[in-house]
Design a binder for this molecule. Structure first.
Ligand code: PHE
Length: 447
């Protein structure tokens, strides 16, 4: 790692790591996946997975990164030389590549909507008309590919400049602003006529709708929203000075994440029911519902534009981390190489993402396992690659890192109680591998 590339403060690190975590996963993916999986039960299972798997895994990635002080691949090599564990990092790079290829498509949707909102095309429409406008936007091949391209370019520009300068500064203003706007939105949504049904949908679990598929998706969702399983958090924590507390950082990231997921749910579901929209609409859900909620606010369009800007920012801070992990491995702290590779990899991801961008238009009939290319990429990342990555990390940490050294690393800068450490160790060593395997195999119905 480059010596200079340290976060300037603990807050800087938390904001950047939280920036990676909070993004489309919490705001866009959670509501539509919960909508398709029955609501409350999915939400509850998601929270449980976040606490018993996501949080411990986040801490595991943090310990790897800060112990080794290196990128996603070399960290594994430093801790376990002469072994093949570094392939976990390579797998993380591949996962990030696929992830960003479709993530940028949704980022592009935000950009297109922003354009339409600013040019007044969205003013004064009915909720059905919003859905129509959105549908025709994302099915237009030129618009969707061009918007995806713009999103990737924004991502490249920041990653090419390097960690500290690029990512940290803007987060300090944008993230709190996003929280505030979300709270305003939730207040409006839950006071709509007929909101109660939506609140009940989100908060009252109905376990009759739970299948092994629901459980897998809730687990994938918890990894997705915390950015674990791809070694992104290994990379980010390698930039963190030794004096900072890892557990405290992990707790605050998890808390922020759960809070924003809850806010997203409370902004969307009441409106879905109040306006009689389709709760299982899939990836378009948020984009169909939110403009209607905003239209119920005074100066709604202005708020909507502000929201889209902040939402775009949240998506970008996650996208940076995906490109960052790949570029940091290849450029190894060399600034010229970083610039060059940010462009090369970014461009390759753009090309790889074009079929996903066309999945709602030209290629909407191209399906495999009953899924479009977009859905397939999303499914493969969330429900296959992230869980496998997480499983491998859970196997790596207790096997290749000394328990006493882990305790020392996690204790730095904090007064971590031994009991809490033991709980974490138990979760990582026994619960995480078994539970992840069980949930994955259960879907395959092999027993
Ligand atoms: N956590 C990000 C989000 O919710 C997605 C992500 C996953 C980012 C894995 C990096 C690595 O949007």
């Amino acid at each position: 790692m480059n010596e200079n590339e340290q976060w300037s403060s603990r807050l800087g690190f938390i904001l950047a790591a939280a920036g990676s975590a909070i993004g489309l996963g919490a705001i866009w993916k959670f509501p539509y996946t919960a909508g398709q999986n029955g609501g409350g039960a999915f939400f509850l299972i998601f929270i449980l997975f976040t606490l018993i798997l996501g949080l411990p895994l986040l801490l595991a990635e943090f310990s790897i990164g800060r112990t080794a002080q290196s990128n996603a691949v070399d960290s594994y090599k430093t801790i376990s030389p002469e072994s093949k564990w570094y392939r976990v990092g390579i797998m993380g790079m591949i996962t990030s590549f696929i992830l960003l290829s479709f993530y940028s498509v949704v980022g592009g949707w935000i950009i297109s909507y922003l354009y339409k909102a600013v040019t007044g095309e969205l003013t004064g429409l009915s909720s059905d008309e919003y859905a129509q406008v959105f549908g025709s936007t994302i099915s237009n091949p030129f618009v969707s590919v061009f918007a995806q391209f713009l999103f990737i370019i924004l991502t490249i520009l920041v990653v090419a400049r390097g960690v500290e300068k690029g990512i940290e500064q803007a987060s300090k203003i944008m993230m709190p602003a996003l929280f505030i706007l979300f709270i305003i939105l939730v207040i409006r949504a839950v006071t709509l006529d007929g909101a109660v049904e939506g609140i009940t949908f989100l908060l009252q679990p109905d376990f009759s709708k739970v299948t092994s598929q629901t459980i897998l998706e809730a687990m994938g969702q918890s990894f997705f929203t915390l950015s674990v399983g791809v070694s992104v958090m290994v990379t980010y924590s390698s930039y963190l000075p030794k004096s900072q507390s890892l557990p405290r950082s992990a707790f605050s990231i998890v808390a922020m994440n759960i809070f924003i997921v809850l806010l997203a749910g409370l902004a969307i579901f009441p409106a879905v029911f109040a306006f009689d929209l389709e709760v299982g609409a899939g990836p378009v859900l948020l984009f169909n519902v939110l403009p209607t909620v905003f239209s119920q606010l005074p100066f709604g369009m202005l708020f909507f534009i502000a929201f889209l800007v902040l939402f775009l920012f949240a998506a970008l801070t996650s996208a940076f981390s995906m490109l960052e992990i790949i570029v940091s491995v290849i450029s190894k702290g060399n600034l010229d190489l970083r610039k060059k590779w940010a462009w090369i990899i970014g461009f390759a991801i753009f090309i790889a993402g074009i079929p996903s961008a066309l999945s709602y238009g030209l290629l909407s009939d191209v399906t495999l396992f009953d899924k479009t290319i977009f859905d397939l990429a999303d499914y493969a990342v969330s429900n296959v690659l992230l869980p496998i990555g997480a499983l491998l990390i859970a196997l790596f940490v207790p096997r290749k890192m000394k328990k006493s050294a882990l305790y020392e690393e996690l204790k730095r800068g904090s007064s971590l109680k031994k009991g809490l450490f033991e709980t974490w160790y138990f979760l990582i060593r026994f619960v995480a591998p078994l539970l992840i395997l069980f949930v994955m195999l259960d879907v395959l119905e092999i027993w």
